[in-house]
Design a protein around this ligand. Structure first.
Ligand code: RP5
Length: 299
């Protein structure tokens, strides 16, 4: 069950759970959505760690114009009157990392997973960790009354998968945790918005759908908590997430009659068979693999 918990406290106790390998997706090429105008400095594998000497490392600084314009979810630029409380819960803004204490170097938080080839915040609103939550909603693949098995002989799981509007990649329907919001609330809200298009429902329909899913979303299992290898990461701003699996075993259960409809940041939604062949946004494939292992499903 997801307990309503204090994010800062739980992040300390679970700080060793991160399993993201060396980041790859936030290195090389151009920063996303810059029309190929903002290149990342090359960072070879053996120079990713900050402890590896790299005197020639001269990354460009980039913060997207829409972030500099100061939307509500973004920090101001670092300057004389903006002094964030790093590694702390600052009012309702969570500046703690799920992975422990990050360093502040020359006044800026330093990406705990190493160099990315770019400084500034890129398209991320917060300096340091930007917190998200990812709901992995699964059911068994059924044909007739039977569960379908894969070539491994194990039953095939399916999860609700969305196609992101920003880059076209398929992904878990996750999203950012609002300041002060419980992760459990973000998980349900994002699922409703992206996989069921609740933003365009009437208030009545929205309440009915939310009520239907609320209990189901209470019985989740945490599969990951930590850094995400997201293409938006920079040396000073990065994505972190908490991913939960919500699984339906009952063939006649709620998920088998769910009316999927993409909304908000999603341009498409589907039940995706889970196997090692899938290719997903950021580190999502790793989270899905963990779910398949936990459920002893085909991979
Ligand atoms: C990923 O970005 C997280 O795992 C989550 O799925 C997503 C949140 O960002 P937005 O979808 O809100 O852009 O790193």
């Amino acid at each position: 069950m997801i307990a309503a918990r204090n994010i800062a406290a739980s992040s300390k106790s679970l700080s060793k759970l991160s399993s993201v390998r060396m980041h790859i997706k936030c290195r090389g090429g151009f920063y996303p959505r810059t029309d190929d105008k903002v290149p990342r400095a090359e960072v070879p594998d053996d120079k990713v760690e900050w402890s590896a000497p790299f005197p020639d490392y001269t990354p460009k600084q980039y913060t997207a114009p829409h972030i500099l314009a100061g939307p509500v979810y973004a920090d101001p630029d670092i300057g004389s009157d903006f002094r964030p409380c790093w590694n702390a819960l600052e009012g309702n803004i969570n500046r703690c990392s799920h992975e422990g204490t990050y360093s502040i170097v020359e006044g800026l938080p330093r990406n705990m997973h190493g160099r990315t080839g770019i400084t500034g915040r890129g398209a991320l609103g917060r300096w340091g960790p930007n917190h998200a939550a990812d709901p992995i909603v699964t059911r068994w693949k059924i044909a007739g009354n039977l569960v379908v098995k894969g070539e491994t002989g194990k039953p095939i799981l399916q999860f609700v998968c969305i196609q992101r509007r920003d880059c076209g990649d398929w992904a878990i329907p996750g999203g950012m945790v609002d300041p002060g919001e419980q992760v459990s609330a973000t998980l349900l809200r994002e699922f409703l918005e992206e996989a069921l298009n609740s933003l365009e429902m009437t208030e009545d329909d929205k309440n009915r759908t939310e009520k239907k899913l609320k209990d189901f979303f209470k019985a989740g299992e945490e599969v990951y908590r930590g850094y995400v290898d997201d293409r938006r990461n920079t040396d000073n701003a990065w994505m972190e997430t908490v991913a939960y699996n919500f699984h339906e075993n009952d063939q006649g259960g709620l998920l088998y009659s769910l009316n999927l409809h993409a909304g908000d940041d999603a341009q498409a939604v589907k039940w995706q068979d889970i196997s090692s062949q899938i290719n997903l946004y950021a580190s999502h494939r790793d989270f899905i693999q963990k779910v398949a292992e936990n459920q002893n499903a085909h991979w």
